[in-house]
Design a protein around this ligand. Structure first.
Ligand SMILES: Cc1cc2nc3c(=O)[nH]c(=O)nc-3n(C[C@H](O)[C@H](O)[C@H](O)COP(=O)(O)O)c2cc1C
Length: 385
């Protein structure tokens, strides 16, 4: 991206080097230049562990609920817990995806710490796996950082440019060799990745992924979760610094103004009106069918460790894709474990040849697309136990 000033949809003029610093200042060690106003600034914290946590906060995570909290043990050590008040009970009953988000957090922290001159290590589930009722009480990981003369680790310069892209994708279908060029930058350590872009196969998969969204949108409790995490104006986005919104979907210009005027997440009844659901599905379908390939992340078993480890693989894959100019978008609906999705999930598993205890942990569409509105994160000092 060129270093130039541009106007984001609010009318604020902001330097591109601030908004997407990683793309422009790749390799720079200056934390000051690595953060924009939407993300925590590691320079605000004297303690190395808080600097590292600030970097971890940039991780992708389900619904941008940032379901993380921290117990600081010393200037160099902390425990990561799930924030049990931010779980996604309807779309994620086992807590699987929220733990994938923890894996994303830990690996982003490790890579991010290296850009600040620290080596970070994490130990997963120091008190073992736990039932979801104990989320927030039992730690997800122990994290330790140490000052060292380390160089920024590979992939770390994409931490600030990586973003989930839910918009239209452009150009040709991706080839196997393009996919291989991404995995050459990061070999998945814990999950098996498969790539699908043969036209008939791709259509078959996108059809069922789209159907997954139809089920989610027509199931009150799951679609209501989107409402709860939806932020329908710049003011709400800025104040809450979490959740999902139309801007990160690629909606802009006049349509954005109209949509933000119409959509009211505080009105449950209007959110679930068939006309509103159909309008959403139409727009979603238009975007998802521009997929230039599908990538699946599969594990042989389906334990809490598998979930966290898949998150590590997932964020590394996204960072690698970003380095080569590709964008990705998780399309998680058919993988989710609630009764209304059971039949479709079984059909999807049949289509991709997966049976229990193996599990497709993540399914993402991949392609090329423009940079979109940049998502926010909360400040880590508000997330301490
Ligand atoms: C486990 C997991 C599942 C996700 N599933 C979806 C999904 O089904 N649809 C979607 O649009 N985004 C999904 N996301 C992306 C998050 O919504 C996104 O990471 C978050 O909003 C923050 O935005 P960013 O990635 O651009 O920083 C998922 C992310 C993770 C880690």
């Amino acid at each position: 991206m060129k270093r130039r000033e541009f106007i984001i949809q609010t009318g604020t003029i902001i330097s591109a080097s601030v908004l997407f610093p990683g793309t422009i200042l790749a390799g720079s060690k200056s934390a000051q230049t690595l953060v924009g106003s939407r993300r925590p600034n590691p320079d605000n914290y004297p303690q190395p562990i808080m600097k590292a946590i600030s970097m971890g906060m940039n991780a992708p995570n389900p619904h941008n609920s940032q379901a993380w909290k921290f117990k600081i043990l010393s200037d160099f050590e902390a425990l990561l817990y799930l924030d049990e008040s931010r779980l996604l009970h309807a779309t994620d009953p086992p807590g699987r995806q929220i733990h994938i988000g923890c894996g994303c957090f830990l690996e982003t922290l490790r890579l991010g710490a290296s850009t600040l001159g620290y080596t970070a290590k994490y130990e997963l589930l120091p008190e073992g796996e736990y039932p979801l009722e104990e989320a927030g009480l039992k730690p997800v990981a122990f994290v330790k950082v140490a000052a060292s003369a380390t160089e920024p680790l590979p992939l770390s310069d994409s931490i600030f440019s990586r973003q989930t892209n839910r918009s239209l994708y452009e150009g040709e279908l991706m080839t196997n060799s393009e996919f291989d060029s991404i995995t050459a930058l990061t070999t998945a350590k814990y999950s098996e990745l498969s790539f699908h872009s043969a036209p008939e196969r791709l259509k078959e998969m996108v059809d069922i992924l789209y159907e997954g969204m139809v089920v989610e949108a027509n199931t009150h409790v799951t679609y209501d979760e989107s409402r709860i995490w939806f932020r329908s104006s710049q003011k709400k986005i800025e104040t809450k610094r979490d959740g999902i919104n139309l801007r990160t979907d690629g909606t802009k210009g006049l349509l954005l103004s109209i949509m933000e005027f119409i959509v009211n997440e505080e009105n449950e009844e209007s959110w679930h009106k068939p006309t509103a659901i159909n309008a959403f599905l139409k727009s979603y379908g238009k975007k998802i069918y521009t997929a230039k390939g599908i990538v699946l992340f599969k594990t042989q078993s389906n334990t809490m460790s598998d979930w966290i480890l898949t998150g590590i693989d997932y964020v590394r894959f996204q960072l690698a894709a970003d380095q080569l100019g590709y964008v990705i978008h998780p399309v998680s609906q058919v993988l989710q474990e609630y009764p209304e999705m059971d039949d479709l999930r079984a059909r999807f598993n049949g289509l991709v040849g997966v049976s229990e205890p193996s599990k497709i942990q993540m399914g993402v569409r991949i392609g090329r697309g423009e940079k979109l509105y940049y998502s926010y994160r909360r400040e880590p000092e508000n997330l301490l136990i």
